[in-house]
Design a protein. Structure first.
Length: 222
């Protein structure tokens, strides 16, 4: 079982529940931070001292305040840790329940569990801690269990998601064509991108590109 755990959560009431749950399952060392930047620094320092954390429990949403942050969300933190090749089992504990977002966190970023806040949230958190200590299959709350199944959006591919991400950044279709070609993302021709964009608008029932991006963000695709 995990002995040294870092909790990244900015809401005091939620933190108290998480800390109580961790103590119940026998965690002896618990550190809590309210900013993802602080979480990143603590994890890096612990690794440098050869006393790494056994587990990270992180929320996704953090309220902005006077303090400027490099990592403004739990996902930003998780992505940076992966980029730095920091291997730390991670449980997301969040009020978000968008299936595509859960799939992305599991499939792209390798989180071990996704627990939804709510009436059964702390019970699920306790189950998740026990589960991931012994199982390789990720744990998810019942609200988002469909995230472990194949997406019903069979026509939405990694290519489509990358296309929508680049559109969301403000790139024009010719610029995306150049980007895809330079990064060997196929098909990269302008005509292929135009055709796929028309298909995506139809699939999402979007009136225009801006509407498509808004729907994709709300649905958790990007």
């Amino acid at each position: 079982m995990y002995k040294k755990v870092l909790v990244a959560e900015d809401m005091d009431d939620t933190s108290k529940g998480v800390l109580s749950t961790l103590k119940e399952v026998g965690v002896t060392t618990i550190h809590q931070v309210q900013y993802c930047d602080d979480a990143f620094l603590k994890i890096m320092k612990a690794n440098q001292d050869h006393e790494p954390y056994d587990l990270l429990i992180a929320d996704l949403s953090f309220k902005e305040d006077y303090r400027e942050q490099t990592y403004k969300s739990g996902e930003d933190l998780i992505k940076k840790l992966k980029e730095k090749k920091i291997k730390i089992p991670t449980i997301v504990y969040s009020g978000e329940d968008r299936l595509q977002m859960v799939r992305r966190l599991i499939n792209e970023h390798g989180i071990k569990a996704y627990v939804c806040k709510g009436r059964e949230g702390l019970k699920d958190l306790q189950k998740a801690i026990a589960h991931i200590a012994q199982e390789t299959i990720p744990f998810v709350s019942v609200q988002v269990e469909k995230a472990l199944k194949k997406s019903n959006e069979n026509d939405i591919s990694p290519y489509d998601i990358e296309l929508m991400k680049q559109l969301a950044k403000g790139l024009s279709q010719p610029e995306i064509s150049d980007y895809f070609t330079a990064n060997e993302i196929n098909p990269g021709s302008l005509s292929s991108i135009e055709k796929r964009l028309i298909k995506l608008k139809d699939l999402f029932r979007a009136n225009n590109t801006a509407h498509l991006i808004a729907i994709a963000k709300d649905s958790g695709f990007i």
